[in-house]
Design a protein around this ligand. Structure first.
Ligand SMILES: [Zn+2]
Length: 232
């Protein structure tokens, strides 16, 4: 089995009741060369429910471990889907990721519900209005899932309550800018080795990472990065 073979059987079994039995995971939506291996491996764990959650822990030791979510508390059961999608902590993080996508694509709506849980967790078909930056979306999804996980760990093991700005800027925004920066370095390198395609390379960059000057402003071969954007 290669890395690109969808793991059909286990997907259907692992997510029984949530996904159809023949549901397919698509590797192309995880294995982006810009993606850190850490995040790609983490998404793989979520897909296979290999991330420990209280619902599962409580089943093993019902007397000592509560199945409830540490963020939402009473009457919740912390499943994998809850932790990375339904939880108030996850909702807050996805709202920010969605806001960034709206900015990149010029979507003007106050509603930050453009994506559903299968699109965020499994990379299922991205809405048409975001097609131009679909590559960025898949990177952003990985960063968002990883951020939800790190914030949860900080709360559980370090008793640290994150301020919203830590999630938004120190984690997600800065990581996205680092991806953009890496993509830009690649453009510069390609221009150097094959000068004839410089125009096409720059146009492609402007359409994606440079879209609407949300992440950066480009003037010829100089880019100015918006590290502080949205921070008031
Ligand atoms: Zn919760």
């Amino acid at each position: 089995m290669t890395n690109r073979t969808p793991d059909i059987t286990r997907a259907g079994v692992k997510w029984q009741g949530y996904l159809p039995g023949n549901y397919r995971f698509f590797w192309s939506q995880v294995w982006d060369p810009l993606h850190s291996g850490k995040e790609a491996a983490f998404i793989w764990s979520i897909w296979h429910k290999a991330v420990a959650v209280n619902e599962w822990r409580a089943r093993i030791a019902p007397a000592s471990i509560s199945k409830q979510c540490i963020f939402c508390l009473p009457n919740t059961s912390e499943s994998v889907k809850h932790k990375f999608w339904d939880c108030i902590q996850a909702r807050r993080t996805w709202r920010w990721a969605t806001y960034i996508m709206h900015e990149l694509c010029g979507v003007r709506t106050g509603h930050l519900d453009s994506f559903n849980w299968k699109q965020t967790l499994f990379g299922e078909r991205t809405p048409y209005k975001f097609r131009k930056v679909v590559k960025i979306w898949h990177l952003l999804r990985g960063t968002t899932l990883w951020t939800i996980w790190v914030e949860w760990n900080d709360k559980v093991f370090n008793q640290e309550q994150w301020h919203e700005s830590k999630m938004k800027y120190s984690r997600i925004w800065d990581t996205l800018l680092m991806y953009a920066h890496t993509a830009w370095q690649r453009v510069l390198k390609l221009i150097k080795i094959s000068k004839f395609s410089a125009v096409a390379l720059l146009q492609n960059f402007d359409r994606t990472w440079g879209a609407r000057q949300v992440l950066c402003r480009r003037n010829r071969l100089i880019t100015e990065w918006n590290w502080k954007r949205y921070i008031s």
